[in-house]
Design a protein around this ligand. Structure first.
Ligand code: HEC
Length: 96
């Protein structure tokens, strides 16, 4: 019985760390940290802080950059790298 509970707990823990690693991994793979900082805390004044922003807002901005509804010479070129991973990246950034 106790063994079973431990196995379930371990599975849930590894699942939640996988979800985390996914957003973090996609953010790193997109090269986002080069401008916005490794955990979304930018050290360059012209690049916005992403850490702690609402996930829904981050997702909307990424989709707006992708669709052209929001335009920026730098970020419009970067947004496609987050395609399909917007929610994971945003969820992770919101928790930083
Ligand atoms: C070469 C630098 C650079 C890289 C790399 C970059 N960005 Fe950006 N990002 C910017 C700039 C500059 C802005 C501000 C654009 C503007 O003024 O509208 C921005 C804005 C944003 C915003 C909107 C923030 C807000 O407060 O409205 C989000 C979200 C974002 N970036 C996410 C990402 C993600 C995710 C990646 C990786 C796929 C990424 N960025 C890669 C430069 C960069």
């Amino acid at each position: 019985m106790i063994k079973k509970v431990l196995v379930v707990a371990a599975a849930v823990m590894s699942m939640s760390s996988m979800v985390q690693a996914d957003g973090k991994g996609a953010y790193a793979a997109g090269g986002c940290g080069g401008c916005h900082g490794a955990t979304g805390k930018s050290v360059v004044p012209i690049y916005p802080n992403l850490a702690g922003q609402h996930a829904a807002y981050i997702v909307k901005q990424l989709k707006d950059f992708q669709s052209g509804a929001r335009k920026d010479p730098t970020m419009s070129a970067m947004a496609p790298l987050a395609k399909g991973k917007e929610q994971e990246i945003a969820d992770w950034l919101a928790k930083q």
